[in-house]
Ligand binder design. Structure first.
Ligand code: ARG
Length: 567
């Protein structure tokens, strides 16, 4: 494959490279990493904070430097001449404040306009990531937790992909396990013609699941058959495999509807996929002496944990943990991923913590202190709460159907739109298609953004009113800023391509410079969001950017159009 188009990395990265050169010239005897941050004060755009640390390394070693400030001065002086930096000054105990050259900032923006946003991709230290997200369970409820996982996972995937990292988007669906015995027997019983069933024929799979569970709990003879069905399924008996497939297919159909609404791509490799690998993986761990017998089960004892990680149940069956071990082995050795990321609610943190430790004990992963790859990360997230402060449920049913939820967001935004169009007394010539597209963008966008904007570990309250509001930090606010930009472009009566090359970015006005500087931080923001697996970092950036744009737009003349829009 052709190498991906790579830019020069983030601005911070480029400044760091320059600082590294200066450090080598300033203190050739010491080897240090450049410490570069965005400047919080007024005296610069970025700052280098190496002087104090260097001082403590060189003082008393006969250095000619008198104090950290002197080191700072030397760092500033030794910055190579280039078109990036306009000036550098030193403050206090050696902070080097760096002011970026306006023309360089303008050029970077112009470059992006002409050559595309990919020129602003950060450079990340990995090439291939496995992102395990969404991952609902067959025939069970796909709940708001799975919605969070889907939204957060997809966002992370997009950010990595933007950064030229190959992402294997994995849907680790719960499609294996003892519940299938009961489901299969119930299918045979309820639908003698099950082979001909279409993907919607069973109706509601969750209801089906509940009914079969009830049957299982109440009828000993059924329970017996269900248990035998598990054995026959796992033994690979044709009819049982076919029934299992049918049930998975029906579930998949339901999941896919949600993915389609949200425009999420995923490749299903469910638990069943890894099942054949479990015996050999456990065999390896066993031969390393990691697996022990405990109360009839086979387990791995892990330091710092009271209970061991069970990998073979007392009945000889495999479980969630053995599947995850096999999947990790596969992802490391067959898929050769360098970073394996799991997106689930924080409730599963202990599971991930334990099995990551088990993998380290087996030597699959380096010690996290070494900060090396391959590595694994659990991306945990908090609960979605209802207005009552309890776990989110809709009024009528005890479960929240995700498709319904998204539909409601869309229809609410549609009626809001309709109302606004009539309220203003204007006859706006929107086609049905436009109305539909806009209410989708606003409605689904609102659900996604409400989920992403907070630190993922915090619980958040699900409120249509809040997420669809045009005030405050919401999707609509960002979309409005975007729409305004599009409208300016339209009013210019120029072709976008033409506009990209003809515009002369001067950054003359202070608000324009602020906006320009913030714009070019995009790469480092994506880099930070990927490194710390925090989509909220990008949301915060976009929100600030929209605000800065509004200020710029209010205070600077654009194309001679006086801004008269009302939010
Ligand atoms: N199916 C699980 C659940 O619904 C999530 C699976 C997450 N991925 C994994 N490799 N364990 O809770």
């Amino acid at each position: 494959a052709a190498p991906a188009l790579q830019g020069a990395g983030s601005v911070k990265q480029q400044i760091s490279n320059l600082v590294a050169l200066s450090l080598r010239a300033t203190v050739p005897e010491v080897d240090v990493e450049p410490i570069v941050e965005v400047c919080t004060g007024k005296f610069g755009d970025y700052q280098c904070n190496n002087a104090m640390g260097l001082w403590s390394k060189v003082k008393g070693s006969g250095t000619s430097f008198k104090n950290p400030n002197a080191i700072g001065q030397a760092i500033a002086k030794n910055l190579p001449a280039c078109d990036v930096i306009e000036s550098a000054s030193v403050a206090g105990p050696g902070f080097v404040n760096i002011v970026l050259s306006k023309s360089w900032v303008a050029k970077r923006i112009q470059d992006m306009l002409v050559n595309g946003i990919t020129t602003w991709a950060p450079i990340l230290p990995v090439k291939r990531v496995v992102l395990d997200f969404s991952s609902p369970n067959i025939a069970k409820e796909m709940h708001v937790g799975h919605l969070r996982s889907t939204i957060i996972g997809d966002t992370l995937a997009r950010m990595f992909e933007f950064s030229n990292v190959e992402v294997l988007r994995r849907n680790h669906v719960g499609d294996w396990g003892t519940q299938f015995g009961m489901l299969i027997e119930f299918l045979f019983e309820k639908f003698p013609n099950w082979e001909e069933l279409g993907s919607q024929a069973i109706g509601d799979l969750q209801v089906f699941y509940k009914a079969s569970k009830q049957r299982f709990d109440e009828d000993a003879e059924f329970k017996d058959r269900a248990q035998q069905a598990v054995v026959r399924l796992q033994g690979g008996e044709e009819k049982y495999r076919a029934a299992w497939k049918k049930i998975c297919e029906i579930s998949r159909n339901e999941f896919d509807q949600v993915y389609k609404l949200l425009d999420v791509q995923l490749e299903e490799k469910g638990e069943s996929f890894y099942n054949p690998y479990i015996p050999q993986v456990l065999e390896k761990l066993s031969s390393q002496g990691l697996i022990e017998e405990s109360e009839g089960a086979r387990v791995i004892f892990i330091q710092g944990h009271q209970i061991p990680l069970i990998v073979v149940k007392r009945d000889g069956g495999f479980n969630y943990a053995s599947t995850d071990l096999a999947a990790l082995w596969y992802r490391l050795n067959v898929e050769k991923a360098e970073w394996i990321i799991y997106v689930t609610d924080v409730g599963q943190q202990q599971h991930f913590d334990m099995f990551f430790k088990a993998a380290r004990m087996a030597g699959w992963l380096p010690d996290p202190k070494e900060k090396k790859f391959p590595k694994t990360s659990h991306v945990g997230f908090g609960l979605v709460l209802g207005a009552d402060g309890k776990r989110f449920r809709t009024r009528s049913t005890e479960v929240v159907r995700l498709g319904d939820l998204l539909d409601e967001a869309k229809s609410r935004s549609k009626s809001e739109l309709l109302q606004r169009l009539t309220e203003n007394g204007k006859i706006v010539d929107w086609t049905d298609e436009e109305l539909e597209q806009t209410s989708k963008a606003v409605g689904y966008g609102a659900v996604k953004y409400a989920d992403l904007k907070n630190n993922r570990l915090t619980n958040y309250t699900f409120s249509f009113d809040q997420m669809l509001s045009d005030k405050g930090n919401t999707a609509v606010y960002l979309q409005y800023a975007h729409a305004r930009i599009c409208s300016i472009i339209r009013k210019s009566n120029m072709d976008v391509e033409e506009l990209k090359v003809s515009g002369n970015i001067s950054l003359a006005h202070p608000d324009e410079r602020v906006l320009g500087l913030y714009l070019i931080r995009y790469a480092e923001i994506v880099e930070e969001a990927c490194t710390n697996l925090l989509p909220s970092v990008l949301c915060e950036y976009l929100y600030n950017l929209s605000e800065m744009f509004t200020r710029f737009y209010t205070n600077c003349q654009l194309l001679g159009i006086t801004p008269v829009y009302k939010l």
